[in-house]
Design a protein around this ligand. Sequence first.
Ligand SMILES: [Zn+2]
Length: 282
Amino acid sequence: MVIKNVDSFAERKRKMDKRLYFISADIEGVTDVTSWSETEKGQDGYEAACLQMTKEVAAACEAILEAGHEAVVRDGHGTARNLIHDMLPQGVRLMRGWACHPASMMAGIDEKYAGALYIGYHSPAGSDESPLAHTTKYENVASLEINGRLASEFTLNSLYAAQQGVPSIFISGDAGICRRAKEEIPDIVTVPVKECRGNSTFNIHPRDAVIRIKEGVAEALAAPAALLELPDTFEMRVRLKKHQLARAALGHPGVRRISEDTVACTVHSPAELSFMFGFIIG
Ligand SMILES: [Zn+2]
């Protein structure tokens, strides 16, 4: 009985230390994914891409569970129904479908999470660092700048996480987005799984990606997490691929015209940033 009491104490201690992590998953930054068809349900190569996306997310989940913590995964691509839940470790909860919330790929994150992780992320629209470079709507967005700097989906999402009090601790994806993430958050652990040039990708082996992601997440969990300091003002500039969208955005009193295809607005929080970006891009 004494032994049992000691075990119970150890278990209680372990539970007190148990932390909850939020994983936001995309597909364009997954190893080997190179063409749009591979990212779209029902098209050539899609099933294989989903399988590798699932394995890379599972690797992150395994590292979290093995460290004694819990993981919630938000499927953040396309239909938001790409991941194969049964292939993730038991106990992991999966958010599928869209929550009709401006936070989009981060919808559901709040202050109870100890950290945010990003798997399968990709370079932004306006960069030449991936054949699949885009920022949310490929057909509408030419580039997004925040405070004078080219911004990505990761930029928007990590700012939103920081507003919820959640530090961003890990990212895997193409080399371009990993480099940009490191510039924005120097403490973040990155695992680039491919280099890209033009319409080509140069990928590490799918099983190597899984191993490196698991190791990288374990490293990120063990390090102290620093919360991103948010500025008071965000100056957002959006260049659109359709001049009609720029004209339509001017219907909002906070949106200013910069040129025929570019608009700007000034906001004061990441949540407003996500909301206004969603409004402008149609
Ligand atoms: Zn995507």
